[in-house]
Design a protein around this ligand. Structure first.
Ligand SMILES: C[S@@+](CC[C@H](N)C(=O)[O-])C[C@H]1O[C@@H](n2cnc3c(N)ncnc32)[C@H](O)[C@@H]1O
Length: 226
């Protein structure tokens, strides 16, 4: 596992200098509105962004008024994130670390979010359990996912451009890679969330022609009985 994680983080550090080009087709205003609607705390509280990368969500979260913390195991991605935060005048605390084993106490955050990350995880059920642990009762884990198609998975396995190629054994160790909506919901349930939801997001979140729809998977941590 640890060896595979090193392979994945190294890939993202190599990718970091050009990764933000991928965000060029996304409607940031709409993303911010979507985040606000789903976090639903009007800028009050603290939010943890898992696999924050270059701070795509973490910077918007800060702009919305939340105390924003981003964690990622790729130092290269975080370095670009810090530059983005300085340029935008936002406030994000970036932490280098594994999003599957968090350095935070129980019940710390009002929301835990992640975007384009679930498919990369080697043990998504344990990761989601860990996110639930650091979440305050009443808070939500929100995972933003563009469902990867089996064709994309095949392409990733056969791509020889070197842009983002993992060894086959690493891709095969990613349970939610090219997984269907039900598999994401099952991972939330196995992690202890009752009645998780798959929320279909607005299609124009990505301005790209023919872009695949985004989903937000949401699990709410139950209040403890008094
Ligand atoms: C596709 S990028 C997404 C970055 C950002 N969330 C966004 O939407 O632009 C995936 C990020 O997840 C990070 N990542 C993957 N698995 C991780 C883990 N177990 N712990 C911490 N970061 C992880 C990678 O290093 C990479 O920066």
């Amino acid at each position: 596992m640890e060896e595979f994680k090193k392979v994945i983080s190294k890939k993202w550090t190599e990718r970091a200098p050009t990764f933000d080009d991928d965000h060029a087709t996304e409607d940031i205003t709409l993303w911010r509105e979507t985040l606000e609607e789903l976090i639903c705390r009007k800028g009050n509280g603290s939010v943890l962004d898992i696999g924050t990368g270059t701070g795509f969500l973490a910077n918007m979260i800060s702009e919305l008024g939340y105390c924003s913390v981003g964690i990622d195991f790729s130092e290269g991605m975080l370095e670009v994130g810090r530059q983005n935060t300085a340029r935008r005048g936002t406030a994000v605390e970036y932490i280098l670390g594994d999003g599957e084993t968090l350095p935070f106490a129980d019940n710390t955050f009002d929301a835990v979010v992640n975007c384009r990350v679930l498919w990369l995880l080697l043990d998504p059920v344990n990761a989601i359990k860990e996110w639930k642990r650091v979440l305050k009762p009443g808070g939500a884990v929100l995972s933003f996912v563009r469902i990867t198609t089996p064709e994309e998975k095949a392409q990733m396995l056969s791509d020889t451009s070197g842009k983002m190629r993992y060894p086959k054994k690493v891709v095969q160790a990613m349970p939610l890679m090219a997984a269907a909506i039900d598999a994401h919901l099952a991972a939330y349930q196995d992690a202890g969330f009752h009645n998780p939801e798959a929320i279909l997001l607005r299609r124009d979140l990505s301005l790209q022609e023919g872009a695949k729809p985004w989903y937000a998977f949401r699990g709410v941590k139950e209040q403890e009985p008094v």
